[in-house]
Write a protein that binds this ligand. Structure first.
Ligand SMILES: [Zn+2]
Length: 357
């Protein structure tokens, strides 16, 4: 398995066409194939044990799409001209050129991770969006050539089906950022029953499938609730999320932007004073920890000052300390972006445009 970014399109197409042709003609299991991993539409992408076996795994590489008599069959997983990424299950998996079989994910469902594991990494993540400020943040990340994680809600600050929200979410996904779940409506999960937690997760899964064509493997509980105790309530939350296949991630570093910021009300403190408080939260964690300790930083892309001041400051701060800034899943060892998702493709051709049912 290799992961690379934005290989030239022409070469990729040629490789894919050659690979698919070879497989069709030869009809043999060769153990290596190119950017395809489809057993069937909606198939689990990567982590079933059986998917690790190469024997017999290539017999269904080309989807048995019915074709009209005389029509030329189109290989489902050939990348459309002009697109960057890899076709998986007949849908565009963006940005990354992926070859070989997806690895078994490292992050364990139901386990709570509060910081990174890979030495030298510093993950930056943004919760509660997308918002009106997310495009601006994506511009910054593009300029810095960095990938982060977005923990997205279904219906919190805005509705995920709103065409404007769909558009920015697609941009984040197609730019190679990790998209993860932050529940449908941002409740405290310990206040819900198992069924209530399940509904919060699966309703957002449907929206992610509709809009992006993926179901995340990673989630962050709103407020971190379900990871701080009491133990009996946490157990319900964590076992339910485990059953749904979710790796649970919180943070070891928060700018507390959500606690001290609100764009809709006047501040008693100046922006400069607020910025100093937020920066103090970050530097105190770094200074209190071991030298070179990994970190998982939480911010919110729903605040203007976060996007314009704290995000650039955090990036420069982490870089200045010599860290590699990566998405949350990557810093836990899931470097192949296929392991960021439980399912890939296809998205809805005509998703809803409102959150009312
Ligand atoms: Zn949140």
């Amino acid at each position: 398995m290799t992961v690379s970014e934005k290989k030239p399109m022409q070469t990729k197409n040629k490789v894919l066409i050659a690979a698919v042709s070879l497989i069709v003609v030869a009809g043999i299991a060769c153990g290596v194939y190119f950017g395809v991993h489809n057993k069937s539409v909606n198939n689990n992408v990567s982590n079933s044990t059986s998917n690790n076996s190469t024997s017999g795994s290539t017999s269904s590489l080309v989807s048995p799409t019915p074709t009209l008599a005389g029509a030329t069959p189109t290989p489902t997983n050939v990348l459309p001209s002009g697109q960057n990424g890899t076709m998986i299950n007949g849908t565009l998996f963006p940005y990354y050129t992926l070859t070989g079989e997806a690895p078994v994910p490292v992050g364990i469902p139901g386990t709570v991770y509060t910081t990174c594991k890979t030495p030298g990494t510093f993950s930056i993540s943004f919760d509660d969006g997308p918002s009106d400020y997310t495009h601006e943040l994506l511009d910054l990340l593009d300029k810095e050539n960095l990938k982060v994680t977005f923990f997205v809600n279904g219906n919190n600050q805005g509705c995920i089906y709103d065409p404007k929200v769909q558009s920015v979410l697609k941009r984040a996904y197609q730019s190679g950022h990790q998209i993860a779940s932050h529940t449908w409506s941002h409740p405290k999960l310990t206040t819900l029953t198992t069924q209530g937690i399940t509904t919060e997760m699966t309703r957002l899964e449907q929206a992610f499938m509709d809009v992006l064509g993926v179901v995340p493997r990673y989630m962050r509980p709103p407020y971190g609730d379900g990871t701080f105790g009491p133990a009996a309530k946490d157990a319900v939350v964590q076992s339910t999320l485990k059953g749904l296949g979710y790796v649970i991630t919180t943070w070891d570093m928060a700018t507390t932007d959500a606690d001290i910021d609100d764009n809709n009300t006047p501040h008693k403190l100046t922006d400069e004073a607020l910025m100093k408080i937020e920066q103090g939260q970050v530097t105190s964690v770094v200074n209190a920890g071991a030298k070179g300790a990994t970190h998982m930083e939480l911010m919110h892309d729903t605040y203007m000052r976060t996007v314009r001041i704290m995000a650039p400051w955090s990036i420069n701060y982490a870089k200045g300390l010599g860290y590699k800034i990566v998405p949350v899943a990557t810093c836990l060892g899931d470097e192949d972006p296929r392991t960021w998702y439980q399912k890939i493709g296809p998205p809805s051709a005509n998703p809803p445009t409102t959150c009312t049912k």
